[in-house]
Design a protein around this ligand. Sequence first.
Ligand code: NAD
Length: 259
Amino acid sequence: VAISQREVELKLLDGRTAVISGAASPRGIGLATARLFARHGARVAILDLDETAARAAAAGIGEAHLGIGCDVTDQAACDRAAGAVLAAFGKIDILINNAGITQPLKFGEIGPDDWQRVIDVNLKGIFCLSRSIVPHMRKRRSGAIACMSSVSAQRGGGVFGGPHYTAAKAGVLGLAKAMARELGPDGIRVNCVTPGLIDTDITQGKLSDEMKQKIIEGIPLGRLGSAEDVAGIYLFLASDLSAYVTGAVIDVNGGMLIH
Ligand code: NAD
């Protein structure tokens, strides 16, 4: 309790505005991040596939926030969402490219459509939404962008994601680092998070209790991650605490992979 009270007093994002993609899922990393950012004084726009769910999620964290239906693979939808956020908030300080999907398929099971959709949501979606917001950040010469990768990208495979997911998340690392180089001179920081196994809906039903137990035995901190564990790292990357951090990749994996 003492720590959370101190956090609230700190208000690391006071007066800031943030766009978070893939943040309507009730147990997801995106919504935990939206909640934490709101507690730290930010106004948050939640973007997700379903407009009603996005609005309900935003209303659930408070009145000042916005919920917008947006498929991040659709450039026109991203442009519309960015316009709606700017109309409501007047500026965008923070972009959290969090939306993602996975499929527990093996290499031989992946069809062309599976490949395309998984690459599109996890990788192209970051390009599209960033493309809609970066020009605004460039004009203001200020911005913090964080992108969702995965431990899968670092170890050549995940626990539940197929090779197409691994490829997409590895692509995110390259895209974010390239953006960090190009956008740094414009005052925009771009970083990545690489979570290990986080207990959210994306992992639900994809792992047996026995598999979970085996995975936990390989994690030095002895548990799966929570959505809040990742939200804390997004908060660091969004706030001035990370003012001199760009092009970085931050592991949130309980020690599952130690380089
Ligand atoms: P989740 O399924 O709860 O959240 C993903 C969200 O993205 C959902 O709300 C979903 O509706 C949304 N989404 C899917 N496609 C979209 C699209 N085209 N446009 C907009 N929104 C879309 O799962 P989560 O675990 O919170 O996942 C969040 C991110 O974390 C994902 O990118 C995932 O790949 C990544 N990740 C998760 C884990 C884990 O173990 N849970 C590990 C590493 C990385």
